[in-house]
Write a protein that binds this ligand. Structure first.
Ligand code: NAI
Ligand SMILES: O=C(O)C1=N[C@H](C(=O)O)C[C@H](O)C1
Length: 186
């Protein structure tokens, strides 16, 4: 779909999650044929989530351990959430940039899934609970201290300001951008 929109010269604001690195690379390659067209792939349009991800990537370099827990409604098809994957990648990038060693974890035996999914070395855990909408907690710790960042979308109305920002701005932002934070002056 994004390839067809690019071919037609139509800017695309994408909120669907589940993008793997290959699919993203294919869109980037295809977009190079239409440098005048904008594509924004945003795993979360809620300001609280975008800021939580940003805060986590700023904080990550100062902490020995980091794990992400996302919590969603049980009708969600993909796990972990796109937001959690993007959060974990941001943390992993910050850790790599700071030259941090892999996180300590002495687990020697575990039931499958007990330590979550490994996203670039950051464990990500997915909960599916009736009554929830979209929620995430990011845990960052050192010996003797813990920073917890939490974002809650209690209603899907939380996504609308970000969607509106994206559709209003996209025509002036050619190229492929991942994450609404690329549109904010953070
Ligand atoms: N960027 C953001 O802020 C938000 C992103 N989403 C994402 O939007 C997508 C659709 O979610 P909903 O609106 O709850 O779906 P929905 O239950 O309203 O489904 C809409 C259609 O999309 C299909 N679909 C749902 N998840 C999909 C996936 N991962 N890959 C391919 N097809 C999928 C469904 O089968 C259905 O035909 C999901 O990827 C979800 O994570 C949802 C809410 C906010
Ligand atoms: O499926 C959802 O509901 C949501 N999906 C997105 C994701 O996978 O991160 C964004 C938000 O969490 C709601």
């Amino acid at each position: 779909m994004v390839h067809a929109l690019l071919d037609a010269g139509v800017h695309a604001v994408v909120g669907t999650t589940g993008w793997d690195a290959d699919a993203l690379a294919r869109v980037r390659a295809h977009a190079s044929t239409r440098p005048d067209v904008g594509v924004l792939i945003a795993p979360n349009f809620a300001l609280s989530a975008v800021l939580a991800m940003r805060f986590a990537s700023v904080a990550a370099r100062y902490f020995a351990s980091a794990e992400v827990v996302e919590m969603h409604h049980p009708r969600k098809l993909d796990a972990p959430s796109g937001t959690a994957v993007h959060t974990a990648r941001g943390i992993a990038e910050a850790r790599a940039g700071a030259g941090l060693a892999p996180m300590a974890d002495a687990t020697a035996s575990a039931l499958p899934g007990a330590r979550g999914a490994d996203v670039d070395g950051v464990p990500v855990h997915a909960l599916r609970l009736e009554g929830l909408v979209a929620h995430e907690q990011i845990f960052l710790s050192n010996p003797g201290e813990l920073l917890t960042l939490r974002t809650d979308s209690f209603d899907r109305i939380s996504f609308m300001p970000g969607v509106l920002l994206a559709v209003r701005e996209i025509a002036s932002r050619p190229g492929v951008h991942v994450g609404l934070e690329t549109y904010l002056d953070l």
